[in-house]
Design a binder for this molecule. Structure first.
Ligand code: FE2
Length: 393
């Protein structure tokens, strides 16, 4: 929820008679936190709740049960080894989950043929590869590599791909938003925030309104990880205008303005989004710590309250060997983790890093599914023992 927007035609006052083309328009109040949070009001030609048919399609085809499996260990999953195919939403696979967040991965090759809505949570998709558009009754958003795409919980939308896409999807099961500490009491992003309002790409409103987006009339809603298919009685994008603060957006990861320090700052200084029970951090190319004696490489650390997931995008990951673009590491609570042998010492005197990565820190234990187990690099937990740099790396 970034700031207030207005698109298309709206009435002089909410909840009053509005006849954009001579016929009464129907309000659709899309609200958060009950009626206490941010909201958007859409103006439809017909009531948005009219459906002709509903069908239970069972569990999402990419869902699998998260489960404890064997020894506690640091883990490495190679998402590039997942089979390519399918669509961004129905074709995604659940890799890791806890009650607060689901971490899904899609290597989609086709556009979504239907509308979808995720009633289980807000969605933040990091586009590792691929480009296209996300269409919703609020307009069209274009995306490309390095973009975060945010879609609010429950909003019908459609993913159109221009090319195959490799997508990391974070599902915030209670909420996902800009961290509260980045806002002033007036709601504006503060001057200390690592981004500004104009860094967030807004939905574009087409000529002819959302009806010009040619929405399918089949809508798949995910709730309790099950899919219900609805056949709509009319165009669900029959929206003549809207105003409000709930809308899908794109935030390019390279627009993140990292804060650095004289000596190494903890990784949460890179917090970009916050959800219930987790944060999302962006590691982008930057100058590193500037004290003459600084050790820029991350220090070994134990964070016994957190599980830590890193999705590696590109660049030289100074602290890790054996990981590459598309790698996902999981460093669980209960174990220390840190740089690989040799990298700690080698970092002294460096002035910048070109790494690009997304981190998810969770408070509750993340459990893997069979989809993650199938792409696991089994040697990862012991990769620190193959020391070549000696103690102190
Ligand atoms: Fe860490």
């Amino acid at each position: 929820m970034i700031h207030h927007l207005t698109r298309g035609r709206i009435p002089d006052h909410p909840h009053t008679v509005f006849k954009p083309d001579g016929n009464l328009a129907f309000e659709h109040c899309f609200t958060r936190q009950g009626f206490d949070g941010a909201y958007t009001i859409l103006y439809h030609r017909r009531p948005p709740h009219w459906v002709e048919e509903e069908t239970d399609l069972g569990l999402h085809p990419g869902w699998a049960a998260p489960a404890w499996d064997g020894a506690l260990r640091r883990r490495h999953f190679l998402t590039g080894e997942l089979p390519a195919g399918g669509t961004p939403c129905l074709g995604r696979l659940l890799l890791l989950a806890n009650p607060d967040v689901g971490i899904w991965l899609a290597r989609a090759t086709k556009s979504e043929p239907t509308l979808v809505a995720n009633a289980d949570g807000d969605e933040l998709t990091f586009v590792h590869q691929g480009s296209g558009r996300v269409l919703s009754p609020l307009g069209a958003l274009s995306f490309g590599p390095g973009d975060y795409v945010f879609v609010p919980r429950g909003l019908p939308h459609r993913w159109l791909l221009d090319e195959p896409a490799h997508l990391l999807v974070l599902e915030g099961r209670s909420y996902l938003d800009v961290p509260r500490q980045f806002r002033s009491p007036a709601g504006q992003l503060t001057m200390y925030a690592p981004y500004a309002h104009h860094d967030f790409r807004e939905p574009e409103w087409p000529d002819g309104g959302a009806e010009a987006l040619d929405a399918p009339r089949r809508l798949l809603v995910k709730r309790h990880d099950r899919i219900t298919a609805f056949e709509m009685s009319h165009d669900p994008f029959d929206v003549v205008g809207w105003e409000g603060q709930v809308w899908p957006f794109v935030f390019p990861i390279r627009a993140f303005k990292p804060h650095i320090g004289r000596v190494h700052l903890p990784p949460t200084i890179h917090t970009t989004f916050a959800g219930g029970g987790f944060v999302v951090c962006s590691f982008v190319p930057r100058m590193v710590d500037f004290d003459d004696n600084a050790v820029p490489c991350p220090y070994p650390h134990s964070s016994p309250d957190c599980d830590e997931v890193l999705f590696y995008v590109e660049g030289n990951f100074t602290s890790r060997r054996g990981v590459g673009p598309g790698s996902v590491s999981l460093h669980p609570t209960g174990l220390p983790h840190g740089p690989h042998p040799g990298t700690y010492k080698a970092s002294i005197g460096t002035r910048r890093t070109d790494e690009l990565a997304v981190m998810v820190d969770t408070f509750k234990t993340l459990l893997p599914t069979e989809h993650a187990q199938r792409i696991e690099d089994d040697g990862y937990n012991r990769s620190w023992a193959a020391a070549t740099g000696g103690p102190g790396g």
